[in-house]
Design a protein around this ligand. Structure first.
Ligand code: UD1
Length: 430
C-alpha cells in the first residue's frame, strides 16, 4: 500500500510572493448554482482542488456537462435529468448539501443522504431542511435517504436560528426561481455569499442584501448563463500569511481583498506582525518576537473565522506568553492541537477553549492532517519549526489548496511531496 506525504524543511524565514487562489467556499456553491442557468456558464479563477473535481463529477452524473480546464470551468446544465446524488458522492465533501437548493429550484425534487466533509463534530442539516420546508418542500427521510419534493417552490419569510453559511446559500439558490419573494433574516454575512449572489444577479436573479443580515430574493422565471470570476480565497491568503509569521519571515500576497480579511489581519497585527497594503497587494513582515493574544473567539463573519483558528494557533504556538482560543462554531475542531504538541507546542484543551503557552520553537515531527485547515496549520507550523516535518493525510489539504507544495516552495520553504509505502510509514527521516 502507498501513502503520499509532504516533507517540509523548516526554520528558514519565508521570503517571497504569491498570488492567492480563487476561493473554494465560493466556487463550490457557484458550480451548484450553475445548474439553474440556461446556456454555458464559464467560471474563471477556479482553484484546482479535489473538491472542485468532486463537484464536477456530481454535475456530470446529474446530466450536466461540466468541464474543468486549468483554472476555468465550463458548465452547461441543459441536459440535467437526474435529481439524486448517490451516497458515495454525498460523503465526498460537506458542500454536496449545496446541491439541495439548486436541484429543488431546477427539478422540484432531490434525493440525497447526509453529507460528509471534515469531521468537525456533528454537523447537522436540520436548518437546511427547515428552510426548504418553509418554501413548500415536502421532506421524507427513509433510512439513509432524504427525499425532497415540491409541486412548486414559493417565497417565504425564513428567520435563521443561526447564521449558517450553507443554509443561507441553499435558500438563495432555491429562492431565485421560486414564486414570489423570500426574506431571509439572521443570514450569514460571509463574503462568499455576496460572491454567489453576484454571480446569480449577473445571470438575471434579483437578490438584494447578500453580505448583510437580511437578504431579499425576488423569484424570476428563468436565469441565463454568464461568465464569472471567482473571488480570491481569504483562508488561503491567511494560510500563506501565517506561514510567513510562523517562520518570522516576510511575504507579498497578490490578489487579496483585505476588507474580507480584516478580522484576521487585526489579530496578526496584535501578535506583532507589520502589515501594509497597496492596490490589492498585501505585505506582511514578522521579523522579531511575536506576542500572544489573550482571547481569540471564532464567530460568524465579520468575526474571526473558525477556518483560520488552527492556522493562527500554529503561529501563536511560538509567540511570547499565553494565548487562549474559544471555538464557538464547531464542537470538535482542535484535532490539530495534539499534532502540534508532537512538534513541541504546549497546548491544553478544555471544552471549547484551547490554552496555548508559547514555546521558544517547534521541532519537526511525523504528523497527520485530520482535516483541511488543521492539516494546513501543521504545514504552517512546520515552516517555522527546526528540522523536517513529515505530514500525512494530504487528501485533506488537496480538498482546499491549489498546489500547496509548489506555493510553499515558491515562498522559500523546502517542501517535497512523495509517495511512500505504508510499511515505511513513520520511518521516513524527519
Ligand atoms: C461553511 C464553510 C466552512 C466554514 C463554515 C463556518 C463552505 C463550503 N464551508 O460550512 O469552511 O468552516 O461555513 O464558517 O462554505 N448547523 C446546524 N444545522 C444546520 C447547519 C449548520 O446546526 O442545518 C451548525 C453547524 O453544525 C455549525 C454551525 O451551524 O456548528 C455553522 O455551520 P455552517 O455555517 O452551516 O457551515 P457550513 O456551511 O457547513
Amino acid at each position: 500500500m502507498a501513502d503520499e506525504i509532504m516533507r517540509i524543511t523548516g526554520g528558514t524565514p519565508v521570503r517571497g510572493e504569491t498570488t492567492v487562489q480563487g476561493a473554494k467556499n465560493s466556487v463550490l456553491p457557484i458550480m451548484a448554482a450553475a445548474m439553474l442557468c440556461q446556456g454555458e456558464t464559464v467560471l474563471t479563477n477556479v482553484p484546482q482542488l479535489s473538491d472542485v473535481y468532486a463537484a464536477s463529477r456530481i454535475l456530470n452524473r446529474l446530466g450536466a456537462h461540466c468541464t474543468p480546464d486549468g483554472h476555468t470551468v465550463t458548465i452547461n446544465a441543459a441536459d440535467i435529468c437526474r435529481a439524486e446524488i448517490p451516497d458515495a458522492d454525498m460523503r465526498a465533501m460537506r458542500s454536496t448539501i449545496m446541491f439541495m437548493g439548486p436541484l429543488l429550484g431546477r427539478m422540484r425534487q432531490c434525493t440525497l443522504t447526509r453529507p460528509g466533509g471534515c469531521a468537525l463534530g456533528a454537523r447537522p442539516i436540520n436548518l437546511h431542511l427547515d428552510a426548504m420546508e418553509k418554501m413548500g418542500v415536502i421532506i421524507r427521510c427513509t433510512g439513509e435517504q432524504i427525499v425532497c419534493t415540491a409541486d412548486k417552490l414559493h417565497g417565504a419569510r425564513i428567520p435563521l436560528a443561526f447564521p449558517s453559511v450553507g443554509v443561507t446559500e441553499n435558500v438563495i439558490m432555491a429562492a431565485v426561481l421560486a414564486e414570489g419573494e423570500t426574506v431571509l433574516t439572521n443570514a450569514a454575512r460571509e463574503p462568499e455569499i455576496a460572491d454567489l449572489a453576484g454571480y446569480l444577479n449577473r445571470c438575471g436573479a434579483k437578490i438584494r442584501g447578500a453580505g448583510e443580515g437580511t437578504i431579499v430574493i425576488e423569484g424570476v422565471p428563468q436565469l441565463h448563463a454568464a461568465e464569472y470570476r471567482i473571488m480570491p480565497d481569504r483562508i488561503a491568503a491567511m494560510t500563506w500569511l501565517c506561514a510567513a509569521a510562523a517562520s518570522r519571515g516576510s511575504i507579498t500576497l497578490r490578489d487579496v481583498r483585505t476588507g474580507d480579511l480584516e478580522n484576521c489581519l487585526d489579530l496578526l497585527r496584535r501578535a506583532g506582525c507589520k502589515l501594509g497594503e497597496c492596490d490589492g497587494t498585501l505585505f506582511l513582515d514578522a521579523g522579531g518576537v511575536l506576542r500572544s493574544i489573550r482571547e481569540i473567539v471564532t464567530m460568524p463573519y465579520p468575526g474571526f473565522p473558525t477556518d483560520a483558528q488552527a492556522l493562527l494557533m500554529a503561529v501563536l504556538a511560538t509567540a511570547h506568553g499565553t494565548s487562549v482560543f474559544d471555538e464557538t462554531i464547531f464542537e470538535d475542531r482542535y484535532k490539530h492541537a495534539g499534532e502540534l504538541v508532537r512538534m513541541g507546542a504546549d497546548i491544553r484543551i478544555k471544552g471549547t477553549a484551547a490554552v496555548v503557552e508559547g514555546v521558544h520553537c517547534l521541532h519537526g515531527a511525523y504528523v497527520e492532517a485530520m482535516d483541511l485547515r488543521g492539516g494546513a496549520a501543521l504545514a504552517v507550523a512546520a515552516a517555522g519549526a527546526e528540522g523536517q516535518t513529515v505530514l500525512h493525510g494530504l487528501h485533506h489539504i488537496d480538498r482546499g489548496y491549489d498546489h500547496f507544495a509548489e506555493v510553499f516552495n515558491s515562498l522559500g520553504i523546502r517542501t517535497e511531496r512523495m509517495v511512500i509505502s505504508t510499511s515505511s510509514r513513520g520511518k521516513t527521516s524527519a
